[in-house]
Write a protein that binds this ligand. Structure first.
Ligand SMILES: [Zn+2]
Ligand SMILES: [Zn+2]
Length: 353
């Protein structure tokens, strides 16, 4: 194995092996190229992806691994040909930092579906380097993958929008969920689920939260403004919701049956999966007889990411966060695994290095 130099222009915390334990680490970011933006990172949200890759759950982790793809900060340098940003701008970087920029998907601003899409961390960039994420003091990124945080929007609260926010917003727009008066079911009330409730209410939807835990009722109704709360393991409660929903967003990370939820959709209703269950098993009648569909989604394109950020600012939609310093990150990742977070951890990067 090559000797670890552990020096460079960027301070970070990295996992060194599949234990996933993070510790201080230094490495070099590239210098700013003509279309690049460099930002001093102020905050980085903690996503479940950070757990999955630091712990090698997908068997493709490249160590040392610096996670983090809910990045916000302040522009400190721009390349000569950068058009959209200037020094001092508040900006964000999400789940990818590169794509081919010339395929059907890139040309439709669906960069997240480009076959050459490069993850913000644990990805291999076009120059061959392994990308490193936002648990670090700065990042250099091509301006296409950088977004403007609207004036006045708190940077700490903007961080979770770059993954959790856009992951929920994208399928809501694709399936025209922004129709006031229609009804939305949200399964799971973590980082994604709480954003689904907030967007749902902003769109004027009647929102029902499904959870296995009665302890979430108070948060769902009083804190997030959901209209209805259902314990998904209670058959009577589920039965009472039959054919009542136009849309369902499933953010539940664990394996669970799909038929009980599909039967809650009206004719033509759609259920969107945002998580990665090990298997989907449904009875065809639950789809066919009411012309229902199941759909998937992952993050979002650059155009809709900017649109989502602007929408959140205009409608005063703010994720609920718990702010931590980087030296608490190992505890925070374990608490995320234990579902002990309300609703997103955000690392106060600027005061951590
Ligand atoms: Zn994420
Ligand atoms: Zn492409």
């Amino acid at each position: 194995m090559a000797a670890e130099c552990d020096s460079g222009n960027c301070d970070a915390w990295a996992a060194r092996d599949p234990s996933g334990i993070l510790s201080p680490y230094k490495f070099n970011r590239r210098s700013v190229q003509s279309e690049d933006v460099s930002l001093k990172i102020t905050h980085c949200g903690i996503c479940y992806a950070d757990v999955a890759w630091t712990r090698n759950m997908l068997n493709n982790s490249m160590y040392p691994l610096v996670p983090g793809h809910e990045i916000v900060g302040v522009v400190t340098e721009v390349g000569a040909d950068v058009k959209g940003f200037k020094v001092g701008d508040h900006v964000g970087v999400g789940t990818y930092v590169n794509s081919c920029r010339d395929c059907e998907n890139c040309n439709s601003s669906l960069e997240n579906h480009c076959s050459k899409f490069v993850f913000t961390f644990n990805g291999v960039d076009t120059d061959g380097t392994v990308t490193k994420g936002g648990y670090s003091s700065h990042i250099v990124v091509h301006e296409r993958y950088c977004f403007k945080i609207p004036d006045g929007y708190p940077l700490a609260k903007a961080a979770p929008l770059l993954c959790a926010g856009i992951t929920v917003y994208t399928p809501m727009m694709r399936h025209n969920m922004n129709q006031a008066g229609k009804s939305l079911g949200v399964i799971g009330l973590g980082g994604l689920g709480h954003m689904a409730v907030k967007f749902g209410k902003a769109f004027g939807l009647k929102v029902t939260v499904f959870s296995t835990s009665e302890s979430k009722r108070e948060e769902a109704i009083n804190l997030l403004g959901a209209d209805n709360f259902v314990i998904s393991s209670d058959e009577n409660q589920m039965e009472s919701q039959k054919s009542s929903l136009h849309f369902i967003i499933d953010t539940s990370s664990g394996d669970h049956p799909f038929d009980p939820y599909l039967s809650l959709l009206k004719v033509g209703g759609v259920m969107v999966l945002l998580s990665f269950s090990s298997e989907i098993k449904v009875h065809p009648a639950n789809l066919n007889l009411a012309a229902r569909s199941i759909s998937g989604s992952v993050t979002g394109g650059t155009k809709s990411t900017q649109e989502m950020l602007n929408f959140c600012a205009a409608n005063k939609i703010y994720p609920d966060i718990e702010m931590i310093k980087i030296n608490y990150v190992n505890e925070a990742l374990q608490r995320l695994v234990d579902r002990d977070v309300r609703f997103r951890f955000v690392i106060d990067i600027v005061n951590s290095f």
